[in-house]
Write a protein that binds this ligand. Structure first.
Ligand code: GDP
Ligand code: MG
Length: 244
């Protein structure tokens, strides 16, 4: 699963690479119906709680970044680890189905990073997070930034033991995404609307997107940023500093 040496990792250890609720398999007979999804999520929640305790004991704060592919997670991380590295220890967990491309981008900034490849899986889970924590061994008081696998569905379901969830939507994706993917936007502690530098060129109404987001998550914080120009990033860094 962890690819630090660049070796292909096709034999990753899950018996079922996709063990989560795309369907409802209901084994067992009358009376005792237990769904596979409940078992998978219950096991994940247990491991996530252990991760949370492990990190809390060390003053490590994990933030889980989720978005569709290409919204700008890695670019935001490249900026953040460079801008925040002098203030507190920062480390990164990179999640992708294949390749170590994103980890290489983060490593070039000088930040500690580990790549997790999920193979056919479409999300990080608490077991992967535990292995990543072991591999990274983040310093006391670290900010641990986690880039989840790019999609707006499955990562919302799997607690990693993180302190907070950040959902990123870019202005090229359309204002309706909070309505179409309500579970993801409902799970967010913070929504970043990224690529604000492109607003003059696209049909995207920031206020309407915020309204849609608040219709599924009334109290969520929303910040508009550009990872390219740096607009709004200071507010994101202030928010990150509050996550202790
Ligand atoms: N114009 C613009 N492009 C951006 C911005 N953030 C990211 N990108 C571009 O969007 C593409 C995908 O970014 P990446 O960080 O790899 O997205 P990820 O898949 O979510 O990690 C790259 O070509 C980035 O240069 C931004 O704020 N403005
Ligand atoms: Mg990325």
């Amino acid at each position: 699963m962890l690819r630090e040496d660049g070796a292909p990792d096709h034999g990753h250890p899950h018996p079922d690479p996709h063990p989560h609720p795309h369907g409802r398999l209901r084994p067992g007979g009358a009376g005792g119906t237990v769904t596979i999804e409940q078992k998978v999520l219950a096991k994940n929640d247990l491991l996530a709680e252990r991760n949370r305790t492990w990190m809390s004991d060390r003053g490590v704060v994990a933030v889980n970044l989720m978005s569709s592919p290409g919204a700008g997670k890695t670019t935001l991380l490249e900026r953040a680890v460079t801008d925040l590295g002098g203030r507190r220890p920062v480390a990164v967990v990179e999640g992708d189905q294949e390749t170590r491309l994103d980890a290489d981008r983060i490593r070039r900034t000088g930040c500690a990073v580990v790549q997790v490849n999920t193979g056919a899986g479409c999300h990080l889970d608490a077991e992967m997070m535990r292995d990543a924590l072991t591999a990274l061994s983040p310093a006391e008081g670290s900010l641990l930034m986690v880039e989840n696998v790019g999609n707006l569905v499955c990562p919302a379901l799997f607690d990693l033991g993180e302190r907070s969830k950040v959902v990123i939507i870019s202005v090229t994706e359309g204002t309706d995404k909070p309505l179409k993917y309500p579970y993801m936007f409902a799970a967010a502690d913070l929504i970043l609307i990224n690529k604000s530098d492109l607003l003059p060129h696209v049909d995207f109404d920031v206020e309407q997107c915020e309204r849609h987001a608040r219709s599924v998550n009334p109290d969520v914080r929303v910040l508009t940023v550009s990872a390219t120009t740096g607009e709004g990033l200071a507010h994101w860094y202030d928010w990150l500093a509050e996550q202790r």
